[in-house]
Ligand binder design. Sequence first.
Ligand code: HEM
Length: 356
Amino acid sequence: MKAKLPPGPRLPTLAQSILLRFYWPRFVAACERRYGKAFTLKVTSLGPVVFLADPQDIKEVFTGDQSSYRAGEANAVLRGLLGDNSLLVLDGDAHRDWRRLLSIGLGRDAVARHADMIREVTAANVCSWPLDREFPVARRLEQITLEVILRAVIGATNPARLTELREVIPRILNMHPFATLAVAYPGLRRRLPWRAVSRDFELLDRILLAEIADCRADPDLDARTDALAILVRTAPGNMRGQSITDAELRDQLMTLLVAGHDTTGAALSWTLERLVRNPTVLEEARRAAQHSAAGDPSGDDYLDGLLKESLRIRPVVFNVARVIHRPIELAGYSLPAGITVAPGIGLVHACPELCP
Ligand code: HEM
């Protein structure tokens, strides 16, 4: 009879969880070398997690019957941060409806309409970088991506609210590990050590709800290009005639703010890190940027390839997760219902046969 779960380290669950917490990519990559393309780690609060490194197995997870592979359930820990209606924590029909609606405001055309704004925000920030000394560039890049997301997603223009958003969002996303307990367990926010977290969430909710109210009442709603306006405008026709509530909108805005600016900020930071360590590629990138600015598409192609290669060798999201809802044959094992499978983006990217 086939074993139910792939092999994995015999260390106690707590030890495996600590290794994952502090050495995620290194620990997971070492397990792949030791146990092969499918292996099981034991994680506190999740139980066994089967990591997958074979593209065929991963394809099965992404293209198989999606009612059996539940992404929302695997992301449940994000509910305290993003809310119960966030696209990232939904499954089934609700996920499909919201995903379709959000795609309208975030598709290629919608993004293209923000190109000038993105250029302006980037230029203004880069022009303020010091030229005579070293400085931590990651924070500056996060400022750029946050500013872009605030304008593209919420269409925020009120200066007082923008200032508060620029302060409160990084505070929430960079909170101390101890403070994150109040995200996993929102009930803690009433207690003294976590009151500051509670105040930050209340402030952010107040601003988002004010933006939603202004948007719903905006006489120029039809002319707006931000994702919030597109959601408000197109919801009735795309959500089976249902209107959408402020709480639902708040949760989707939080999702886009968080999913959109941290990821892109980290991707840009790693790209600069790789470039300064590879002067030949940096020089080539400089030339490509000049070609691109002059309207030569070969410059765009080079920069596009450069960003994809940077995302390959420094993946911002190392793996995703799905809770399986019925027993499944995968990677040569009979996996029981209820366990989590984790397609290993970083593992596939580092596979020498696929990416020589
Ligand atoms: C370098 C940049 C980015 C990376 C590496 C990245 C990566 C990812 C990954 C790995 C997932 C999970 C997919 C899954 O579980 O199947 C995801 C989901 C998502 N991302 Fe991104 N992302 C990036 C930028 C963005 C931006 C700019 C936005 C929006 C403004 C965004 C919005 C979302 C949303 C809404 C989801 C949930 C999709 C769903 O559940 O259907 N992401 N992203």
